[in-house]
Design a binder for this molecule. Structure first.
Ligand SMILES: Nc1ncnc2c1ncn2[C@@H]1O[C@H](COP(=O)(O)OP(=O)(O)OP(=O)(O)O)[C@@H](O)[C@H]1O
Length: 377
């Protein structure tokens, strides 16, 4: 599905006026520094992620002097499909998220009904962000790659979110016990049984999504003829030595976990290991190669979602600062082929013909943002 309507209230500097209508294909948004471009992407991101992709605290997002912000979105039926009642009711879903930062209360709505879990909201709008932080997928720690993988797993495996949440609860109980020092062996074994069962379910889902991702990635690399990727290897590490069962690993490392006071093995330690001729790519690849690699990974990830019938909305912030011309063209072309919805921001008014380099330009809408107000041209 694609986000075709957006309205915000008290969200950073954005105007709370009329809802904006977007294209389900490309949206080109330009405006001066500080005009509100990233804030628009951030508001869209809230509907698909339930949080900001650039700050950790909701507080930063609510307009200065206000207590609550709200973001409303309307989704179409996906891939440009008109839907059964398109004339009278073009929206497939209506989403809303609002946060009161003083009361620390979040309200979520889907199609006019309150929902409790963030996943009930986020499942409708898979958003993939390309901003300066995205390159951490290669250069940052394992957490960034887990997040990268789990986003796809969440969207292709419906049971993943519930298993993950339950596993986090069990891990936290287990950690409390390990921290306590006084371990009742029988009780720890009860927690371990639950922990192992949940970890295995999570790992199965991750493994399946990763294998799908790797297949797609390898095809993409060949298709685009990126010659320096010879010798590049992507491997899924589940969070413990796969030659052994997790249950055995826990028994074998009980003393070590008690000494450290927390869980050391399992899905919270998973990673995608990316190596080039046996060495981590973060140590061997140039910045440019790392960028290309991340872009290819993002495209491969959206193909994985496409294969499950899900349309991805890309949020690409300040495209000219992040990507050179060859990356921009490769990305724009591929996202068009995949029929993704795309929001691209830039400071200068973009020239669509240069973005598609002589190829036919897809449907797009052009917006100018000034002092938080978005106007279609
Ligand atoms: N909580 C807030 N309340 C009101 N205004 C805010 C808030 N947070 C940020 N701003 C202001 O909102 C404006 C928009 O910021 P944003 O980062 O969206 O701009 P931008 O167009 O992406 O700029 P740049 O091109 O420099 O990245 C800025 O002027 C910023 O100071």
């Amino acid at each position: 599905m694609a986000l075709i309507k957006l309205q915000t209230e008290h969200f950073r500097n954005l105007s709370s006026a009329e809802p904006v209508t977007f294209s389900s294909s490309f949206n080109l948004i330009y405006g001066a520094n500080g005009s509100g471009k990233t804030s628009i992407l951030e508001a869209i991101g809230y509907l698909g992620l339930g949080r900001s992709f650039r700050v950790n605290r909701h507080q930063a997002v609510v307009r200065h002097g206000q207590q609550r912000f709200t973001v409303f979105g309307g989704l179409d039926h996906g891939f440009g499909n008109p839907g059964p009642e398109s004339e009278s009711y073009p929206l497939a879903h209506r989403l809303g998220i609002s946060r009161d930062v003083a009361q620390k209360e979040t309200r979520l709505r889907v199609d006019g009904e309150s929902v409790r879990s963030l996943s009930s909201l986020a499942m409708h709008l898979p958003v993939s962000v390309i901003d300066p932080g995205v390159f951490d997928v290669v250069s940052g720690g394992p957490g960034k790659r887990r997040q990268f993988l789990d986003w796809a797993v969440f969207h292709v495996e419906p049971s993943f979110a519930a298993n993950w949440q339950q596993c986090q609860r069990v891990t936290s109980q287990r950690n409390q016990m390990l921290r306590n020092g006084r371990i009742e062996d029988s009780l720890l074994r009860v927690w371990d049984t639950q922990y192992v069962a949940l970890s295995e379910r999570i790992t199965e889902a991750r493994k399946a999504a990763f294998e799908h991702f790797r297949r797609v990635f390898n095809v993409l690399v060949q298709e685009l003829d990126v010659n320096w990727t010879q010798g590049l290897k992507l491997e899924f590490y589940p969070g413990w030595d796969i030659a052994q069962s997790l249950a055995d690993v826990l028994v074998r490392h009980r003393e070590q976990e008690i000494r450290m006071g927390h869980t050391l093995y399992g899905p919270n330690r998973a990673d995608i290991r990316i190596r080039f001729q046996g060495r981590p790519v973060a140590e061997t690849f140039s910045r440019g190669q790392q960028k290309t690699l991340v872009i290819l990974m993002k495209i491969a990830q959206s193909i994985v979602l496409n294969d499950s019938g899900k349309q991805v909305s890309f949020l690409i912030d300040d495209i000219n600062a992040e990507l050179d011309e060859s990356h921009r063209t490769m990305l724009a072309q591929k996202l068009q082929d995949l029929r993704c919805q795309v929001f691209i921001t830039s400071i200068e008014r973009p020239d669509p013909t240069s973005l598609w380099q002589g190829n036919p330009t897809p449907d797009y809408r052009m917006f100018h943002v000034e002092h938080g107000k978005l106007k279609e041209e």
